[in-house]
Write a protein that binds this ligand. Structure first.
Ligand code: GAP
Length: 444
């Protein structure tokens, strides 16, 4: 059973505490487009930085890239998106809504489908499906004619393929090697939904890993395991992850094989990331359409061939949603419900909160502010004196802050502060002169 109440709680927390806002909310919102608030922006940066560190910085066989969103329109011809990136849509004459054909219910008659919301029957003979391309069109320059049309990229991958020669020339990499990129993609999704799970503007974290043709199976398996483990390393419970290989009839036009890493969202098991074996489809297509030879010269074997490509392709927004859902815990503490986001120390948006016990004692406030000043260069922290201490702790638990440092009356005398751990709620009394080292040891 989908747990809609858990999803409602997470959506409400994200809005209330500044993780995620609806786009253009004061104008009534824009469908399926979301903004990240102050805490969401920190969380997002942490997720992207950890991905980049794992797949670029810590690997000698990978380099990074950052391509433009706009590309030559021929790219999308070669990639197959102009002709193939489309969903079949059917209009319902009763409720006047438009549906994806595969979301309608079959009936005994293969031409008749039933509408999910209004229940009307649709006759595909009189209301045939029409293909609707998911790419967002735009035009470049002052004249809006057909020659000016291009698209907002629907995936970041193509920027990597078309730069293959530039990367070979500038980095002198030998197979196997990979290129990683993080960036925005756009799709005019017909059935967006489930909060930030399926949106029209989203961010991808993609790797294109170039291999010798005979080694593609090995690297395909390698990357499935590597990416599965990454989510666990940063806090996802293994029980909530699974690998689902695609059936032959599910494969995209470019893929020889594909497996999804799925997360058990409150609305059911759904795709977090796909790992595809794209074979030599992309380099061949771009060679043909651009007239440039994108093959690779293997000096060891003294021959030229098209590398095969393994593509682990994840969504930043989906990863964030999974990390949020997995971190969300409610527990009973002294007959009260404590809501706590148990983010990993790497992903927690705020690492430390500095809290004076009494806000009307200027010496306490002064000491707490001095401590915050002394730490802020090394630790992402907040200072808060706008409520009583119990409430301040609850606020920090709810956003996943790792440690709360409390300055009390005793601190003025003994120059020690109380450090409270988010998960155990245990408290340590630490000398102010030792505080930075103590906290840095805990969070790094
Ligand atoms: N280059 C391959 C590719 O783009 P995809 O399965 O269409 O493959 C890869 O997308 C990942 O991008 C998905 O696993 C998902 O995490 C993310 N993604 C795709 N469409 C999305 C959307 N409409 N909203 C949010 N994330 C999306």
């Amino acid at each position: 059973m989908p747990d809609t109440s858990l999803m409602d709680k997470i959506v409400s927390l994200c809005k209330r505490r500044g993780f995620i806002f609806q786009s253009s909310e004061i104008y009534g919102g824009l469908g399926s487009v979301w903004d990240y608030g102050p805490l969401g922006a920190e969380l997002k940066r942490n997720v992207k930085n950890r991905w980049w560190k794992s797949v670029v910085q810590e690997r000698m066989d990978m380099v990074g890239l950052d391509c433009a969103i706009l590309m030559h329109p021929q790219v999308w011809k070669a990639s197959g998106h102009v002709d193939g990136f489309a969903d079949p849509l059917v209009d319902c004459k009763e409720c006047k809504k438009r549906f994806r054909q595969d979301n309608l219910t079959d009936t005994k008659d293969p031409d008749i489908r039933q509408c999910p919301s209004c229940g009307a029957k649709i006759d595909l003979k009189t209301s045939p499906a029409r293909m609707f391309n998911l790419m967002m069109k735009t035009s470049l320059g002052a004249v809006e004619d057909a020659s000016a049309v291009t698209y907002l990229r629907p995936e970041t991958a193509q920027g990597i393929f078309v730069n293959f020669l530039n990367i070979l020339d500038t980095t002198r990499k030998k197979l196997p090697f990979g290129v990683a990129q993080i960036g925005k993609s756009f799709r005019n999704e017909i059935t967006p939904g489930n909060y930030t799970f399926r949106t029209r503007e989203f961010e991808q974290m993609e790797i294109e890993y170039f291999v010798k043709p005979e080694e593609d199976d090995k690297w395909y398996e390698f990357w499935i395991n590597e990416r599965f483990d990454w989510y666990i390393r940063y806090g996802i419970n293994k029980e909530n992850l699974r690998i689902r290989p695609h059936a032959k009839d599910e494969l995209a036009h470019y893929a020889r094989a594909c497996s999804d890493i799925e997360y058990k969202f409150p609305f059911g098991w759904s795709e977090l990331e796909g790992i595809a074996n794209r074979g030599d489809f992309d380099l061949k297509q771009h060679s043909q359409f651009s007239g440039k030879d994108l093959s690779y010269f293997d000096a060891g074997e003294n021959k030229r061939y098209m590398p095969h490509i393994i593509e682990p392709s994840g969504g930043v927004d989906r990863a964030i949603l999974a990390f949020l859902v997995d971190a969300y815990h409610e527990e009973l503490v002294k007959d009260e419900t404590r809501v706590v986001l148990r983010f990993s120390k790497e992903l927690a948006p705020i690492k430390v909160a500095i809290l004076p016990l009494l806000k009307n004692r200027p010496e306490l406030v002064g000491m707490a502010k001095d401590i915050a000043e002394g730490l802020k260069k090394d630790i992402n922290l907040v200072y808060d004196d706008t409520a009583a201490i119990g409430k301040l702790y609850r606020r920090q638990d709810e956003i996943g802050t790792l440690y709360c440092v409390t300055v009390d009356v005793q601190s003025l005398e003994d120059k020690k502060v109380t450090v409270r751990d988010r998960d155990t709620m245990l408290q340590d009394r630490i000398d102010v002169t030792q505080l930075k080292e103590y906290l840095i040891n805990k969070i790094s």
